[in-house]
Design a protein around this ligand. Structure first.
Ligand code: ATP
Ligand code: MG
Length: 384
């Protein structure tokens, strides 16, 4: 009688390349997977350079959660067996290929070098059994449609199905950045893209109550929740922006109001970033999308920030950004029709070739320090 159990074998991608730092990335990855399957009651462990997940309530739910963890390249539903009964391994391999047709090969790996059969023998034996008992399969060693993996370690592990996962690098291994998060389509995608590279996010949202409603704020928190579901949550700073916006609207030249507002967004985000020990800002800007995103305008906006500003969708068309938003699950929420603070006081003819000096002249009409302080004093922090 052999002892068998279902488990998930996790394959990781780029961490392979990390040389000496690999253990650090592996630990982060295991920690993040553990957090992702916390509610599934699953065990997660690292053994022999492989990550295993077992003892879950529901394998599909668990697979889905693991496949959304950054750093996971693919997930494979596998069967763990005693390795001594080789006939049982062959039977199981046949069982796993039942219903498959086309071409296959067996890929054996043996980390237990005392095992009586070496990898080529395992390939030949298991392959032979499958050929004999599944007439709709034939062997193709170069471009097989199905690969029957047989790994001989402390136990034997068999898997055929390889489900692609999100990829990227483990959250928390790529530094930290403050994401300027609006309720739009672009900024959640921008944040997600850097989070995928291991960057921890803290979100900053400017809220213009009562010009923007509580529902608009809820929508942004929901977007933070969706992006945060890939990373294990995030902190959101909700900044009251109404007074500052009104002041800009009343006192600054109309064609510069949006630009000046964006400069204040950047300044405040930088202060929050520094408080949070974040090393960069992220926005969802894309060249030419609106007047404040011309090359000149981006330059005028950047000139007030002392941190790098990352704009991962800078060269994307709207439709390309939407494709990502759809894939990561933010699009539907982003498309809910609530007002954003940017749309509240939109000038009729915004400057498309602005100059820094003109923006500075406009800002000189404001009590900048007090207005920024007022925003910071009114901050509401939501932990998601
Ligand atoms: P998105 O760009 O996310 O679709 P949007 O189109 O409403 O939203 P834009 O006017 O294009 O926003 O603003 C460009 C960028 O400025 C956004 O991607 C976002 O990073 C930042 N931003 C805009 N509005 C806000 C806000 N209310 N709070 C925080 N950041 C904002
Ligand atoms: Mg936009």
């Amino acid at each position: 009688m052999t002892m068998e159990r279902e488990l998930i074998l996790v394959r990781y991608g780029e961490i392979f390349l990390k040389g000496q730092n690999r253990p650090y990335f592996m630990r982060a990855l295991v920690r993040n997977i553990r957090r992702a399957v916390r509610d599934e009651g699953a065990d997660v462990w690292l053994h022999d350079g492989r990550i295993f997940v077992a003892a879950f309530k529901d394998i599909d739910a668990c697979m889905t959660k693991v496949s959304r963890v950054f750093g996971v390249h693919s997930v494979c539903p596998a069967l763990e067996m005693e390795k001594d009964d080789f006939a049982a391994i062959c039977d199981q391999a046949v069982e796993m290929t039942r219903g498959l047709s086309g071409t296959f090969k067996v890929a054996a790996r043996r980390s237990d070098k005392r095992y009586p059969l070496d990898s080529p023998r395992i390939n030949a034996e298991v392959g032979g059994c499958i050929l004999e008992r599944n007439p709709s399969l034939r062997v193709d060693l170069h471009k097989p449609e199905h690969v029957v993996n047989v790994e001989i370690r402390d136990k034997a592990y068999l898997y055929v199905r390889v489900v692609p996962a999100v990829g990227g690098m483990p959250s928390g291994t790529g530094g930290k950045a403050a994401l300027l998060l609006s309720g739009g389509i672009d900024s959640p995608v921008a944040g997600w893209m850097l989070a995928k590279r291991g960057v921890e996010l803290v979100a900053v949202h400017y809220h213009s109550f009562p010009y923007t409603s509580d529902r608009a704020k809820e929508k942004v928190l929901e977007l933070a929740r969706i992006v945060g579901s890939y990373t294990g949550g995030m902190k959101v700073y909700v900044v009251p922006f109404t007074h500052l916006q009104m002041e800009i609207h009343e006192k600054c030249p109309e064609d510069y109001t949006t630009l000046i507002m964006r400069r204040y967004m950047m300044r405040i985000a930088e202060l929050i970033a520094r408080r949070e020990r974040a090393q960069a800002l992220i926005t969802g800007e894309s060249v030419g999308q609106v007047a404040s995103q011309t090359m000149e305008a981006l330059g005028v906006t950047d000139s007030v920030v002392g941190l790098p500003v990352f704009r991962p969708v800078i060269g994307f068309d709207k439709s390309e950004i939407m494709d990502v938003a759809r894939r990561i699950g933010t699009l539907e929420t982003s498309e809910l029709p609530y007002e954003d603070c940017c749309t509240v006081f939109t000038p009729r003819h915004p400057a498309t070739k602005p100059r820094i000096e003109r923006a500075e002249e406009g800002e000189a009409l404001l009590d900048s320090e007090a207005l920024i302080q007022e925003c910071l004093d009114g901050v509401e922090i939501v932990q998601i």
